[in-house]
Design a protein around this ligand. Structure first.
Ligand code: CP
Ligand code: NVA
Length: 307
């Protein structure tokens, strides 16, 4: 049995296969609806943080394919507080066929997977956001046909979303550039994994400070919040450091003319992303959010071994 904790746990061929399935399931959904491949299957969703996209897209993914989903809020199960993670994992394994967890510490979702006898999906941790990366890659591939040879430039905080994006982009042969302020680099271990994946695919990783240099020749500009969930006490400090990294019309005009602008959402409008760009002709933020549904159907289908 496999879990879905990080894209880098999978081979490029496996990730490509899941993405191909996502694109096929999306077409099928809009043509005639998906068959009930998840009939009799329930996804248990453990949330230690808020969510719109992850919660609703996973729930709908299960429903569209004949299954069901159960939402457990941060106040309910007290993962690791009311009860140990190992006990939660073993109890839940007897009730549901697959689990998804959104946690603070990455080690917690790893621990859940270690003790679970059903597949566990990382629905965002402080380290990574692999489900987001799947939807992001699907969006990029749908727009440009393939990832190979594209220049994907991330501008902002070297956070969980940046890490998973870097891994999936270079794994599939795209070049990944990040421009972030000093002190907000991606974790060294994530960069090291990225370098290995890039070496295998022939892609390049560029680690920069200057957002203007980063977006030159980019087909994709990506940004995310300057303050992630769990970092709220650093908000004022971050709001002082990050303004030069705002994705605005001027920055977008310095990229490839067909550039798409992406953001995992929720967006803090006119902070990391200006309204004119978010709602302008280059924006892919809503198709990207919608692709969470299709990409996760494919992840679930592979973990449940039904497609
Ligand atoms: N992008 C994303 O994961 O959104 P939510 O936090 O709303 O789930
Ligand atoms: N980096 C953000 C992503 C939210 C989907 C966070 O962790 O809060």
């Amino acid at each position: 049995m496999k879990h879905f904790l990080d894209v880098a746990d999978y081979s490029p061929a496996e990730i490509q296969d899941i993405l191909d399935l996502a694109i096929r399931l999306k077409k099928e959904y809009f043509a005639q609806g998906n068959p009930p491949l998840f009939k009799g299957k329930v996804l248990g969703m453990i949330f230690q943080k808020p969510s719109l996209r992850t919660r609703v897209s996973f729930d709908m993914a299960m429903r569209h394919m004949g299954g069901d989903a159960l939402y457990l809020s941060p106040n309910e199960i007290g993962l690791g507080k009311r009860e140990s993670i190992a006990d939660v994992a073993r109890v839940m394994s007897g009730y549901v066929q697959v689990m998804m967890a959104r946690v603070f510490e990455h080690a917690h979702v790893v621990e859940l997977a270690k003790w679970s006898s059903v597949p566990v999906i990382n629905g965002l941790s402080d380290f990574s956001h692999p489900c987001q990366a799947m939807a992001d890659a699907q969006t990029i591939i749908e727009k440009f046909g393939a990832m190979k040879g594209l220049n994907v430039s991330y501008v902002g905080d070297g956070n969980n979303v940046a890490v998973s994006l870097m891994h999936i982009v270079v794994m599939l042969g795209g070049n990944f550039t990040i421009a972030n302020p000093e002190g907000y680099d991606m974790p060294a271990v994530a960069i090291e994994t990225g370098q290995k994946l890039a070496a295998a695919s022939g892609a390049k990783i560029n680690l920069l400070r200057d957002p203007h240099e980063a977006v030159k020749g980019a087909q994709v500009i990506y940004t995310d919040t300057w303050t992630s969930m769990g970092q709220e006490e650093e908000t004022a400090k971050r709001e002082a450091v990050f303004p030069p990294y705002q994705v605005n019309a001027k920055l977008v005009s310095e990229a490839d003319k067909d550039v798409i602008v992406m953001h995992c959402l929720p967006a803090h409008r006119n902070h990391e992303l200006t309204d004119d760009v978010a709602d302008g002709p280059h924006s892919a933020i809503f198709p990207q959010a919608h692709n969470r549904l299709h990409a996760q159907k494919a992840v679930l289908a592979r973990l449940l071994e039904v497609a």
